[in-house]
Structures are given as C-alpha cells and as structure tokens.
Design a protein around this ligand. Structure first.
Ligand code: SF4
Length: 268
C-alpha cells in the first residue's frame, strides 16, 4: 500500500500564507508548516513567524539552503538576482523545499487568493501537487484581513512601509519601499548598498534596480521626490476610496506603480 501524501503549507512570512495557516489549522491537523529561510529576511518577518508558531501550537519547520545567498552571488559572477534571473528563489527556496520533500507525494498548500490571477513560481516536481484552498473557497483579500484580525495576529509589522515579505534587499521592492527600508532599518539598507558594484573596467553596473543605484536613490532630494509622489497618490486614493485602511491604500498605490509579478514562494 502506498504511503499517504504529506500535507505541507508553504509560509513566506507574508499576510496571505499566514492567513492560510490560520484558516487551515483546525481543518487539517496533520498539516506541516514550512518556511524556507534565506537568512536575509526582515526582522519583522522572523517576529511574525514566531507569533504565528505560538498561535498554531506547532513548530514551523525552517529550511536553510546548504549554501547561502553570498555563495550563490559569487557563483553567478556578482550578478544580483532580478526578475529575469531569479536564481535566488531557485537556490534558496525551491531547492531546499524539494530536498526536504524528497520523493514523497506531497500536497503543497499555497495562499493564493480567489481575487488574484497570477502565475506562481513554485516547484514543478511531479510528486509535489499545489493546492489553493483560498481559491477553492472564494477567499478574497478582505477575508484575509478579517482572518488575521480575528486571530489577533494582525498584519506583519513591515506593512506600514512595505507590502511584500522576502529578503530585505529583494529586487521586487518599489522605490517607496527602499526608502522605507532606509528609514526603518538603516543598517540593512547599508548592507543592501554594499552588494551594489560598479565595474569601471567593463562599465557593468551591478545594482538591485536597473534604473538607479541605492546611492542615487538615497540622495535627500530623490528621497523627498519619491515620498512626495507617493504621498500625493495616497491622498488621491484615500479621497476617492474613503474607509479603506491606510495599509490597503499604500499597497494598491505600489501595485499601480509597478505590476511586476513577484513569486508565490517568497511573497505570499
Ligand atoms: S525574496 Fe526576493 S531576493 Fe529573496 S529569494 Fe525571493 S525573490 Fe529572491
């Protein structure tokens, strides 16, 4: 007789996967909770996961890649990851997850909502089958906020300045979020800056964003301009949609500014 499939929920430290863990806790007691830790996550994410673990009453299994980000960066010739070359997700999230699972049959629970229509960057191993309970049950963003509120967990603390979980230097960050990182975690902003390089011999720039380096972005005039633009959009949206919570308005403005699709394993 074949072994029954394992049920594993992938956590990212973001609001949707956290809400899914809360939603599933009593529905599927045998569920295992897994977080692939790049060791470059925000302190708020680690704190949020600790609180979630206490709520679940069960350990969150934390997986680490055998080799960390800096090893892979060297191997990729100093090329920082980007949406075109997302070697970080593959090496730091997908492969450790696949190693953990091995050849066992797994149902992998993913917090994609019913009101989202995005493709996921997830494992394609045939023994790992994705399951989307929120999609199946018609759970939309407002339900996620309600689930988090009712559990007492609320939103992750980074939500006032950043919309997505993931590494502190994640290239999916929008300009306003980089400013948020600088203001909230100046030490991490400095570390992110140190990863950027300018090879004078070849003229190649290794920066997190194609359009500007963090040194350019942190110029006080530039910071002021980014904040003003964002504040204007915030005011316009708050006036046109009264009653929405500030973090919801904040998130929707950033989505309008940049609609690049992040990955399901890092940012749910
Ligand atoms: S959070 Fe961003 S930088 Fe970190 S592994 Fe995911 S895509 Fe890469």
């Amino acid at each position: 007789m074949s072994k029954p499939a394992r049920h594993i929920l992938s956590l990212s430290g973001g609001k949707d996967s956290t809400a899914l863990a809360i939603y599933m806790r009593d529905r599927l007691p045998q569920l295992e909770y897994v977080f692939c830790d790049t060791q470059k996550e925000l302190p708020e994410t680690y704190e949020y996961l600790d609180r979630l673990q206490a709520f679940l009453g069960k350990p969150i299994i934390r997986l680490n890649a055998e080799r960390g980000f800096d090893h892979w960066l060297q191997l990729y010739g100093g090329y920082l990851p980007s949406s075109q070359m997302r070697w970080c997700t593959k090496n730091l999230k997908i492969i450790p997850f696949e190693k953990f699972v091995g050849d066992e049959q797994v149902l992998n629970y993913i917090g994609l909502r019913a009101d989202e229509d995005r493709e996921g960057y997830i494992s394609h191993k045939p023994n790992i089958r994705p399951v989307y309970p929120f999609k199946e049950d018609g759970i939309v963003e407002a339900d996620v906020f309600r689930i988090l509120d009712e559990s007492g967990l609320g939103l992750p603390k980074y939500s006032s300045w950043r919309t997505r979980s993931g590494c502190y230097f994640c290239f999916f960050q929008r300009r306003r979020e980089w400013v948020g990182l600088k203001e909230t975690h100046p030490d991490l902003f400095e570390k992110a800056k140190r990863y950027e390089k300018n090879d004078e011999a070849t003229g190649i720039r290794y920066t997190w964003s194609q359009s500007e380096s963090l040194v350019q972005l942190e110029d006080p005039k530039r910071v002021q301009a980014i904040k003003e633009k964002h504040a204007k959009a915030l005011k316009a949206q708050s006036t046109s949609q009264p009653g929405r919570k500030l973090h919801q308005v904040f998130a929707s403005i950033l989505e309008e500014e940049d609609d690049t699709e992040p990955c399901l394993i890092c940012h749910l």
